[in-house]
Design a protein around this ligand. Sequence first.
Ligand SMILES: O=C[C@H](O)COP(=O)(O)O
Length: 253
Amino acid sequence: MRKPLIAANWKMYKTPKESLAFLSEFLPLVKDHTASEIAIFPTMSSLGYVIEATKGTNVTAGAQTMHWLNEGPYTGQTSPTMLESIDCTRVLLGHSERRIYAHETDDMVNLKLKAALDHDLIPVVCVGETLDKRQSGLTEAVLRWQIACALNGIKGASCGNVVIAYEPVWAIGTGSVATPEQANEAHAIIRREVAAHLGVSCASGMRILYGGSVKPDNVASLMSQPEIDGALVGGASLQAKSFVEIIRNATAA
Ligand SMILES: O=C[C@H](O)COP(=O)(O)O
């Protein structure tokens, strides 16, 4: 049984003060929630504050990206050891906005995934096709390629905590959510590809989240699909009430 994970990706929103104001409204509203895990990925400037404020609660926090090396002359980067040093437990890897705007490649995502596993950080590896690729009938090929590259050289034994997020690029921030059936089909492709690399038992235990215009009123139908194990929420996670509604609706059925 895969426990759902509902995660907020705050992208480049919220100062530390705004992050803490969100938490003071949000944490009391979810304190008794046990039906899913809850995670927040704030900006790097807010991360330490959010980690401290969520200690001892049912909410955990993670970074939106990291480098794969422990230190070096890489201006602007944060390393896995630096995340560990502030008690960070999770990290997003290969988000399409990182792939597009920071030119992250599949090989870099693979290096980052290996580093995350070496440092016991729980990774959420993001994959997803562009509209152009979907319209050209290449969704399956893109997903299989991205998963194969990300998992290259990784052993099934170390897959326990890996989470995948399927985020069709055309659904991110557009209001054009994938239908539950489209998302379920994509998740099934991803799970089959994971099984081919890491084995069936690893794949069947792995959580695959859906991300892309998730809102309080569409999360339940997405979560009703057998292959969908949670959500990675952008815009609708920025308001505490809306994110709480998503968390509740995701596991209400
Ligand atoms: O990481 C989250 C996704 O990019 C989805 O963002 P969105 O919910 O604003 O579409």
